[in-house]
Design a protein around this ligand. Structure first.
Ligand code: SF4
Length: 316
């Protein structure tokens, strides 16, 4: 059975879209450049690896999208894609659903710093995959260096959090390009993840990267499974607590203060869990595997955050 046999025709990956990219070689060049940066890195931090990789790729004439070293909540490297062009219209915050588009969308990624990175991110498959490769390597690079330099396991964990947690892909944006699931982007991500897993010896269910999608399960499940097989974990973002089916292992943006109301709306087999990074000061995604490695029967509840938080709370 091929991938195409399992996939709805409107979003089927073609052999050409997956294989042509495997032969393109640009990811291999970036891989070598970033590896050089990791080997030369004195400080060994993801931040430094990303900075030097940005310079190296620019010198080589290779376009790389935005990559952040970490933010307050995740504490792992993350990438950005353009909100709207790379998002499915099934997301209720997609700019197409709002008059004057992004100005009125409560999406947390259309304004502020994330909005700036998002606008720079674009929706080009290769540019986004190059950013993802840099982010994944920066995360694995900092883990490898910390492992070597730490005197004790406790010291190692204090530096990197949970080593099974990988980079955060597209903090803004999704797996779409102009309305269709972007097979080219997914193919390149799988190729990049294989390089990283192979080189750094990432095994088992450890994630080299994780992210969320607003693409409905019925359209995306085959892709989620393919990505999972390459070490990239995808959690479904749910928009609505009442009208959607839950299988567990999803996430929803819902006011933490309304958790008891949410509990009443959910099927009995789904347990809502407040995102610990939003309830504890000493926590971050780098220490937590709920979204990056996966969970069964749980719904991660993210308190509305970012510039659209008030609007989202009003919608719940
Ligand atoms: S549940 Fe864990 S991994 Fe998910 S967003 Fe919160 S801290 Fe991060």
């Amino acid at each position: 059975m091929t991938v195409q046999d399992l996939t709805p025709s409107h979003s089927a990956p073609t052999d050409a879209s997956l294989e042509a990219q495997v032969q393109s070689g640009v990811l291999g060049v970036v891989f070598s450049l970033v590896l050089g940066c990791i080997k030369r890195s004195k400080r060994g931090t993801a931040d430094r690896i990303i900075q030097t990789s940005r310079i190296a790729t620019k010198r080589a004439g290779i376009k790389m999208g935005p990559v952040g070293a970490q933010d307050e909540k995740t504490k792992v490297p993350g990438t950005y894609r353009e909100v709207g062009r790379s998002c499915p219209t099934e997301c209720r915050f997609h700019p197409v659903h709002f008059e004057r588009a992004s100005l009125f969308s409560p999406c947390y990624a259309v304004r502020g710093n994330v909005g700036i990175h998002s606008a720079r991110g674009g929706a080009d498959a290769q540019v986004s995959a190059i950013s993802a490769l840099v982010a994944m390597m920066a995360r694995q690079g900092e883990i490898a260096i910390a492992r070597k330099r730490s005197a004790t396991h406790r010291e190692f964990l204090a530096q990197v959090g949970n080593p099974r947690v990988g980079a955060r892909l597209h903090v803004s944006g999704d797996f779409v390009k102009d309305g269709e699931i972007d097979a080219e982007y997914i193919g390149l991500l799988c190729e990049a993840a294989d390089m990283v897993r192979g080189h750094f010896g990432v095994k088992g269910n450890a994630a080299v990267a994780y992210t969320y999608t607003h693409i409905p399960r019925e359209r995306f499940e085959i892709w989620r499974m393919i990505l999972k097989g390459h070490g990239i974990h995808v959690t479904y973002s749910k928009d609505n607590a009442v009208s959607e089916d839950f299988l567990g292992g999803e996430a929803i943006v819902y006011a933490h203060s309304e958790i008891e109301e949410l509990r009443k709306l959910l099927p009995a087999y789904v347990t809502p869990v407040l995102c610990p990074a939003q309830t504890r000061k000493d926590w971050s995604c780098s220490r937590c595997t709920l979204c990056s490695v996966g969970n069964v029967g749980m719904l991660v509840v993210l308190d509305p955050h970012g510039s659209g938080a008030r609007k989202i709370k009003a919608l719940n």
